[in-house]
Ligand binder design. Structure first.
Ligand code: MEV
Length: 308
């Protein structure tokens, strides 16, 4: 059985699509994939989305299309097997469930068929398969899932290798993830931003400049272990995301409740317009308090830590 992990974008979602830097980390929520023998053909059962496919029966089905890419890239077309997938990562919530799903499948095939794929190869295949789910993804989700680390990411807009640097924080970041449970569509949200950017280029140029500067400052604060500064920058990043129109009343409500309960900063994570937010907390006690405040508002919360 092999795992694919979810991700938290700490800084830079949406802006990364345009080649600006972003900082993301894998988290403990996961999908896992187990391969069983099968007499003929390939079957996949994904318990997280309740999808069952027999490969090739419905070629429009997203999972079928993703599997076709994975098989082509791994050279495993023609094999017979059954994949069972489950996990604890919320789907369509901004935590990288599709990337985690793909990575768990590639890793399980790698293990079973002894393909000896490096992380770089797993990530490249996952990036290709992510296109089926996300149209034109930056690649930050599959990268965080593959490398299981805090990392710096820059999409190469000319199609070459994306820039990936593994980062370490001085101190682990104690975070609370809040889930609005409002399902969002990443493709639509990314397309909305593009439309707005084309309509108001001057306004967006300024926001993009600020977003770029902010991620460099965030890296510095993280590497120095400056939590108050990191929190401040998380709040600033949320303001930029509000300005480009991807926050929502529920996300804003949870960010506000988190800060009121002692979080150093809070922002949406992923595509926004629903999905998840996270709050950076100074200590475990505050983490509990923030998680409870989110639950009191009627939403799910998860306590976790990232960055080490
Ligand atoms: C989605 O998790 C993050 C976005 O920046 C899209 C992407 O990077 O592909 C919104």
């Amino acid at each position: 059985m092999q795992y694919g992990y979810g991700k938290l974008i700490l800084f830079g979602e949406h802006f990364v699509v345009y080649g600006l830097p972003g900082i993301a980390s894998s988290i403990g929520l996961y999908t896992r994939c187990q391969l069983y023998p099968n007499k003929t053909g390939i079957k996949v059962r994904d318990r997280l989305t309740n999808k069952n496919i027999v490969l090739g029966e419905n070629k429009q089905e997203i999972l079928d299309r993703a599997m076709q890419i994975i098989l082509k890239e791994t050279g495993l077309g023609g094999k017979n097997f059954r994949l069972e997938i489950d996990g604890d990562i919320p789907v369509f919530g901004g935590l990288g469930s599709s990337a985690a799903l793909i990575v768990s499948i590639i890793r399980e095939l790698n293990e079973h068929y002894k393909l000896k794929l490096s992380n770089e190869q797993v990530n490249e295949i996952a990036f290709k398969a992510e296109h089926v789910f996300h149209g034109n993804p930056s690649g930050i989700d599959n990268t965080a899932s593959t490398y299981r680390s805090l990392l710096w990411f820059e999409k190469n807009l000319s199609g070459g290798k994306n820039k990936i640097e593994l980062l370490k924080c001085k101190k682990p970041l104690l975070v609370v993830i809040g889930n609005t449970k409002i399902i969002h569509d990443t493709v639509e949200t990314v397309a909305e931003v593009k439309k707005k950017k084309e309509k108001e280029p001057k306004k967006f140029d300024k926001i993009f400049e600020d977003a770029k500067e902010l991620v460099f400052q965030a890296r510095n604060a993280l590497e120095k272990g400056d939590l108050p500064k990191t929190g401040e920058l998380i709040n600033e990043n949320q303001e930029l995301l509000q300005e480009i129109g991807v926050s929502s009343p529920e996300l804003d409500l949870l960010c506000k409740a988190s800060v009121e309960n002692g979080a150093l900063g809070a922002k949406l994570t992923g595509a926004g317009m629903g999905g998840c937010m996270f709050a950076l907390c100074p200590d475990k006690k505050t983490q509990e308090k923030v998680a409870q405040a989110i639950r009191k508002k009627g939403f799910d919360s998860y306590i976790t830590s990232v960055g080490v």
